[in-house]
Design a protein around this ligand. Structure first.
Ligand SMILES: Cc1ncc(C[n+]2csc(CCOP(=O)(O)OP(=O)(O)O)c2C)c(N)n1
Ligand SMILES: [Mg+2]
Length: 336
């Protein structure tokens, strides 16, 4: 990867962190309502995996699907950040026209297939997307991100079994942040290394550091090549940590400050920026300038767009609910 791309990746992760910090602030100002699950700390996973996937290619790209902690996955797949922020604000210009909110970002124009509130829901949907790739005989694949807590759902086991016996081209990305809301993984799960569970389904699997984007990219590239080439499922597990609470109302009483501090030392942005400085790719001054540029973009373009956009009209309440009245942007591959 050349220097310009490495710089861009650092900027992307810094942008994602600031985007989410800004969401936190807007929530405190009561401009964003409902549930809000932030991704701070886990940026290297979505950024690194999707960097190696085919994203931002309209409907020719790979399919990406995830749970409710979805803003950054949507943006990296190609959903415009303005539309993601407007969705959080519940505005008509949002990616789901303001009807979905934080947990339901959806943009089929770039094959970002959501954003789901139900834990475990994306597994079978990802298998369906992979089955569609198989039927279409393209070399597209489906990529399904999910948390460690989702792996005890019935859908997980049903999907793994089916993906294996049907040879589905799907990459399962387990973001193991070691907690499901306030429950530490060893209190809910007999086998805490999630990749080990794949031997029950004859699915290739591996586990890696999810805080170092270079490690993530290297592992993701191999896994994606495997799925795309062999037309078989693969399960990749990244060990990571969320820096904020599960959602907005979380005092984090279930974990110690010492543990949090240990993981904060492994902040993916800190690790990668230190490495780029050491490599001579970037200077601390460049990073400061980047921060300022990102702040300006988020404030003066993205947040402004969300704030100035109109809310949905009351008379449009049921619009886009039934398929006889679809969103014009979504007519196309989905309707064929
Ligand atoms: C079917 C279902 N059961 C329970 C919940 C409540 N719930 C929301 S998030 C969550 C924990 C999921 O943890 P994990 O999969 O590790 O994801 P993380 O939040 O750590 O990213 C639970 C139990 C839900 N949303 N859906
Ligand atoms: Mg978790």
């Amino acid at each position: 990867m050349n220097e310009a791309d490495r710089k861009r990746l650092l900027r992307e992760m810094m942008f994602y962190r600031r985007f989410e910090d800004r969401c936190f602030e807007a929530y405190m100002e009561r401009k964003i309502g409902g549930f809000l699950h932030l991704y701070s700390g886990q940026e290297a996973v979505a950024t690194g995996v999707l960097e190696k996937a085919r994203v931002n290619r309209g409907t020719d790209g790979d399919y990406v699907i995830t749970g409710y902690r979805d803003h950054i996955h949507a943006i990296k797949t190609g959903a415009p950040p303005r539309e993601v922020m407007a969705e959080l604000y519940g505005k008509e210009t949002g990616s789901s026209r303001g009807r979905g909110g934080s947990m339901h970002i959806f943009d089929p124009t770039v094959n970002f297939m959501g954003g789901y509130a139900l834990v475990g829901q994306p597994f079978p949907l990802a298998a369906g997307l992979a089955l569609a790739c198989k039927h279409k005989s393209t070399d597209q694949i489906a990529i399904c991100f999910l948390g460690d807590g989702a792996n005890n759902q019935g859908t997980f086991h049903e999907t793994m079994n089916m993906a294996s016996i049907w040879d589905l081209p799907v990459l399962f990305v387990c973001e193991n942040n070691q907690y499901a809301i306030g429950t530490r993984i060893d209190r809910s799960t007999a086998v805490t290394d999630q990749y080990k569970r794949m031997c029950a389904y004859n699915i290739e699997a591996s586990q890696h550091d999810g805080m170092d984007i270079d490690v993530v990219m290297e592992a993701a590239e191999k896994a994606i090549d495997y799925v795309r080439g062999k037309r078989r499922p693969y399960f990749i597990e990244f060990m990571t940590y969320r820096f904020r609470g599960h959602s907005m109302s979380d005092a984090k009483g279930y974990r110690t400050r010492e543990e949090e501090k240990e993981w904060e030392k492994r902040d993916p942005i800190r690790i990668f920026s230190a490495r780029l400085i050491e490599e001579g790719v970037i200077t601390p001054e460049d990073i400061k300038a980047m921060e300022k540029e990102i702040d300006d973009e988020i404030e003066n373009d993205i947040v402004r767009f969300a704030e100035e956009s109109p809310p949905p009209k009351v008379e449009d309440l049921t619009r886009y609910v039934l398929d006889d009245n679809p969103d014009p942007r979504w007519i196309g591959p989905l309707q064929k």
